[in-house]
Each structure stands twice: as structure tokens, then as C-alpha cells.
Design a protein around this ligand. Structure first.
Ligand code: SAH
Length: 357
């Protein structure tokens, strides 16, 4: 006899009742695993819209950026196109089409856990090979890797200042309020804290991308061994910094992160300093982060938008709105950042010059 699986909130409630509070990282991991496994959250009918869903220009320029690195690195043979958390596969489809115009047709490998999204991806890119984690990616051949809004969805550890100590932040259940609640746990965090932790005020929060850093570290070593480059685009900052960046989105608006686990999108700002340091430790060269607006402008979004508007005048307004949304200061242009990792023997990327002072 197989019982219906319990709803995630009920499962977490029982887990906490039996075993005590769970860490914020554990909560975030379980919630997002369920969230992505059970739906396609992208687009107007979903919970949020990502850059590749706004315009084909985003994927095209990212694909051309990688193709350009590959060409100027001596057209090394048979690279693989790898994408982490490819959503609907839109970015990959646009990038691969643009790469083809540069005579590059790589084999395609996606790291994706959601069965729902895997199916959507296969509809756009039938020959894709799917992986649960980066560990099973082929060990031969240079890797051209893209991750857009992937790292922000991974579990983050939070520590909270209590008196002169730092404690891991944990989640309890408040039955009277019908929600979960983050509180300081008992576990003391005593090592590995940045200098700014010393004078932090009571209640301050420090985040650590424990899962993202591990993936970045392993992938950077693969690129160091196999050759290639990686482009990471996400919203985030250059840490270390204090602050609670965990947020929940549903139906294109902010909601409470601790009310409906698994039914809302949970993200944290990506700490580009940590992620970049993982690549540096593996011997890669790191470029950026630069604002998404600067990245796209340097790669030629203005010219591409003009060209699209000229070939289909009926879409001119829509193309211009998309360009502004992707690059505008008050839209995605500065909140979102782009970073590139390059193998030491490969050419520098276009798109990552720091903005003029
Ligand atoms: N890159 C896409 C989708 C971003 S949403 C876009 O820009 O539109 C986050 C993506 O990461 C989804 O595809 C989700 O299923 C995937 N994902 C989230 N956590 C993951 C994990 N731990 N391992 C692999 N994929 C994950």
C-alpha cells in the first residue's frame, strides 16, 4: 500500500517535531527542490520572469561571447555546451543558434534536477544529455558553461549574531501562526567568519553559499583540467557583507519566505566574491562581476536591437522595451551581474571590461 506523499510543509513540521529545528539552508534546499520538481515557474503565467525569457538577445549575446572566446583561443576541438539550471532551455536554444552562425555546434549537457523542466528543455533541444549534478559531466573536452539565475536558487547558510557569539540560524514551526519561523539556533559558528563579523550588531545576519561554493569549486577544477570558460549571471553582490537576502516570490510579487515552503520561489543574493575565489583557487582567470547592462552593451545589444527592429518593424517597440528591461539601471542592468571564468591558456572574454570611472 503506498500512501500519498505528505505535503512538504507537513513533512517539515513532523521533521522538526521529531528531530528539532532544521537549518535555514536545509529548509531552503527542501523547499526549492520541491518547488522546481513540481512546476515550470517561469514567465507571465508563473512566478517570475528571467532574462532569456524577456528577449532572444540575452541568449544570443551570451552564446556569441562563448563562441568568440573559443575562436580566439584557436578553435580548440569539440567543446561541450553546459548549462546549469537551464529553465525552459530558451537561453541555450538562442545561444546555440548564435554559436552555429560562428560555425560552432557543441554537444549539449544540462545539469537540471526538475523532471518538469527537463521535459520542456528536451522539446527545444532534443539531443540534450541531462545530469543530476556536475559530477557526471563528460571528463573529456573543453567546457563552455552558462549559469543564469542558478546560483541564487541554491541553499545558503545563515548565521545570526547573539551577544558576542555567532549562531547558525534555524527554522522552527509556529503552529499558532500557521507558519515556520527563523530563530537563532544553539550551534555556535566559531571559525571562518570574515573580519566584519567582529563588530556586527545584535541580530546581524551573515550568509554563506555553502552549496554554490562547492559546485563552483568542483566545476572550476573541471575547466582548469579540460579547458574552456564559464559565464555566470545572477543577482548579487561582492561580499563579505552583513544582511539577510533570503526572499520569496510568488506570482511576480514578494511573499513571506517561511509560510508556504515548496510553493514559492526562494532565492538569496549571490556572493560573487566567494564564487569567484573558488575559480581563482582552481587557477582560472576571473573577469567581473560587471553589471548585466554593461555586459550586454559591450557585447552589442544596442546594434542587435536595432537590427531586430529593422527586420520586423511590427516588433520594434517590444524589442526596445526588452532592451531597456535587460540593461536599464532601474531594471535588471545593475542589480544583475555577470562574471566570467577563463582557463589560463584561453583568450580574454569580451563584455567584462570594468565601466569607465
Ligand atoms: N536559467 C533559467 C532558469 C532559472 S530558474 C533561466 O534563466 O530562465 C533555476 C533553474 O535551476 C531551474 O531550471 C531549476 O530547476 C534549476 N535548479 C534549481 N536547483 C537546482 C539544483 N540543485 N541542481 C540542478 N538544477 C537546479
Amino acid at each position: 500500500m503506498s500512501a500519498e506523499p505528505l505535503p512538504l510543509a507537513e513533512r517539515l513540521t513532523r521533521q522538526i517535531a521529531a528531530g528539532g529545528p532544521i537549518s535555514v539552508a536545509h529548509y531552503m534546499g527542501e523547499a526549492n527542490q520541491h518547488y522546481y520538481a513540481t512546476r515550470d515557474p517561469l514567465g507571465m503565467g508563473g512566478d517570475f520572469t528571467t532574462a532569456p525569457e524577456i528577449s532572444q538577445m540575452f541568449g544570443e549575446l551570451t552564446g556569441l561571447c562563448l563562441a568568440d572566446i573559443w575562436m580566439r583561443s584557436g578553435r580548440r576541438p569539440a567543446p561541450l555546451y553546459v548549462e546549469l539550471g537551464p529553465g525552459r532551455g530558451t537561453l541555450a536554444a538562442d545561444a546555440l543558434r548564435a554559436m552555429e552562425s560562428a560555425a560552432l555546434a557543441p554537444r549539449v549537457h544540462f545539469v537540471e534536477t526538475s523532471p518538469v523542466l527537463r521535459e520542456r528543455q528536451r522539446a527545444l533541444i532534443p539531443n540534450v544529455t541531462h545530469h543530476d549534478t556536475i559530477d557526471s559531466l563528460p571528463e573529456e573536452g573543453p567546457l563552455l558553461v552558462v549559469a543564469n539565475e542558478f546560483f541564487d536558487a541554491l541553499p545558503v547558510r545563515q548565521c545570526v549574531r547573539v551577544g558576542d557569539e555567532w549562531r547558525e540560524r534555524v527554522v522552527i514551526r509556529r503552529e499558532d501562526e500557521g507558519r515556520f519561523l527563523p530563530v537563532p539556533g544553539y550551534r555556535k559558528i566559531e571559525s571562518g567568519l570574515p573580519p566584519l563579523a567582529v563588530d556586527a550588531p545584535e541580530g546581524a545576519i551573515l550568509e554563506s553559499p555553502i552549496v554554490g561554493a562547492g559546485i563552483a569549486y568542483a566545476l572550476a577544477h573541471r575547466i582548469a583540467k579540460q579547458g574552456g570558460a564559464m559565464i555566470i549571471i545572477d543577482y548579487g553582490h561582492e561580499g563579505p557583507a552583513l544582511g539577510d537576502t533570503l526572499q520569496a516570490v510568488r506570482n511576480h510579487g514578494f511573499v513571506d519566505a517561511f509560510t508556504d515552503p515548496g510553493e514559492v520561489d526562494l532565492t538569496c543574493h549571490v556572493d560573487f566574491t566567494v564564487i569567484g575565489n573558488m575559480a581563482r583557487q582552481a587557477g582560472l582567470r576571473v573577469f567581473g562581476p560587471v553589471g548585466q547592462g554593461d555586459y550586454l552593451r559591450q557585447l552589442g545589444i544596442d546594434a542587435r536591437a536595432e537590427q531586430l527592429a529593422r527586420t520586423s518593424p511590427a516588433r520594434a517597440e517590444e524589442v526596445e522595451a526588452a532592451r531597456l528591461r535587460l540593461t536599464g539601471e532601474d531594471a535588471m542592468g545593475t542589480l544583475f551581474r555577470a562574471m566570467a571564468w577563463i582557463h589560463p591558456d584561453w583568450a580574454d572574454p569580451a563584455g567584462f571590461d570594468p565601466p569607465p570611472a
